[in-house]
Design a protein around this ligand. Structure first.
Ligand code: AMP
Ligand code: MG
Length: 411
């Protein structure tokens, strides 16, 4: 057996980042920048007011108070979108609206609600207005010619807004991986079918494609590979010809007589390893490249297949796309209830439901029933994978554990 970390390291060495492509920013959410983005313009592009009110010169309101009110003539109105280039002279006020240009000479904004006797011709002030108050300075967010986003930035909705604000209609991002998915096994029938004796529905195809799409890659569902050497060869050849960025199979990699995926991958592929990973679920794994494309033969058991995806495929997808969130940080929590596990030599990944502790303590984790590698109901309500070392067999309620969140990637 080999440790999860050792396998992951070997896999990641083989993975190379995908080329970049230029896309419209409206299609770039969740993508990773391949180049820094600079701005020609300052953001904001001019000094502007943060409030509706009056723009004045601070000197004019020096010593203004309720006892010593100051009345100034209203010399004009500046609305958002106007050039705002008529200078404000000493002893004048101008009515101004949020986002409008602060005119030359304008030093401070007094919001309407702080003014007395607001009129068309004049306005009265009863307090001072220090220089710069309620004025948003030119270049406060980004300076002219400055870098707005660095290479490797994940394009969040706010980042898309920032790109729009600097006029970047298109951006260079790393290509989004296309992941081909083959299920395998003579027992599989399409999910819309009723079950004849001996048959089960092809659920892994759906769970894997769902996982791939949620991660932010493109799933390419492929036909089921029957348990037949030639059928598998042909199926994989056809998939290689489609030039996906990653090929996944599920099933057919254990030690059974009909587990042909393992053998065909070894025969057709380069650098293909048949593993026994020291983790449960997810002991069998085949990894390598097929026609130069990273290949993962994942286990067939539905829970094992998803756990192996998290541990090996997810980090690989992150490298392909230049993302930083391939291996999530290990978090600390405590088990809500105790749990007994058989002794073994493999690290266990238990499906858990983590809830923050309202009193501020460590996160509390429940373990839903049905932890077998063939069971999905517990997994279906889980939001984390709890890591339990091989040596631990008796976990008392409140036992500290580390876990891997299933919900907090930045996608
Ligand atoms: P295998 O490794 O092919 O022997 O599969 C291990 C277990 O996973 C068997 O019980 C299979 O029936 C089941 N299995 C394999 N592929 C799928 C799939 N696509 N959907 C649901 N269960 C599967
Ligand atoms: Mg099978």
């Amino acid at each position: 057996m080999i440790s999860l970390e050792q396998v992951r390291d070997t896999i990641l060495v083989r993975i190379q980042r995908l080329p970049e492509e230029q896309i419209a920013i409206e299609h770039a959410t969740g993508r990773t920048l391949a180049h820094p983005v600079m701005t020609r313009d300052a953001i904001p592009p001019f000094d502007n007011t943060a409030m509706d009110g009056f723009v004045i010169q601070s000197q004019d309101l020096k010593k203004a108070s309720a006892e010593n009110p100051v009345t100034l003539p209203v010399a004009g109105v500046i609305e958002a979108g106007m050039p705002g280039n008529i200078p404000l002279l000493p002893g004048q006020a101008m009515r101004i609206y949020t986002g409008a240009v602060v005119p030359p000479g304008g030093e401070a904004i007094v919001p309407f609600e702080l003014c007395e006797q607001v009129g068309r011709e004049s306005v009265t002030f009863t307090q001072e207005a220090p220089m710069g108050v309620h004025i948003r300075k030119k270049g406060e967010d980004v300076e002219e010619g400055g870098e707005v986003l660095t290479t490797g930035s994940k394009l969040t909705p706010a980042a898309i807004g920032l790109l729009a604000s600097v006029g970047a209609t298109e951006v260079s991002v790393f290509k989004k991986p296309v992941v081909a998915v083959h299920s395998s096994g003579n027992e599989l029938v399409p999910v819309g079918s009723s079950l004849e004796p001996g048959k089960i529905r092809n659920s892994n195809l759906y769970s894997l494609c769902s996982r791939i799409e949620r991660w932010g890659a493109t799933a390419l569902p492929r036909p089921v590979l029957m348990d037949d050497l030639d059928a598998i060869r042909t199926g994989l050849r056809e998939t290689i010809a489609q030039k996906p960025d990653v090929i996944l199979t599920t099933g057919g990699i254990s030690a059974g007589d009909l587990d042909f995926i393992r053998d065909v991958a070894k025969e057709m592929g380069e650098d293909v390893e048949i593993r026994k990973v020291a983790m449960k679920p997810g002991k069998p794994l085949v990894d390598g490249t097929l026609g130069g494309i990273p290949f993962f033969g994942l286990p067939g058991n539905p829970a094992a297949c998803l756990v192996s995806f998290e541990m090996f495929v997810r980090p690989a997808l992150a490298v392909l796309e230049g993302r930083q969130d391939g291996i999530p940080p290990q978090r600390n929590g405590v088990l809500k209830e105790g749990c007994r596990l058989p002794a073994g030599q493999r690290l266990r990944w238990l499906r858990g439901r983590v809830q923050p502790d309202p009193s501020g303590g460590l996160d509390k984790i429940e373990l839903p029933g049905g932890q077998g590698s063939h069971l999905l109901t517990g997994f279906a309500t889980a939001n984390c994978l709890v890591q339990v070392p091989a040596s631990e067999t008796d976990l008392a309620p409140g036992s500290p554990v580390t876990y891997w969140s299933l919900t907090e990637e930045d996608a």
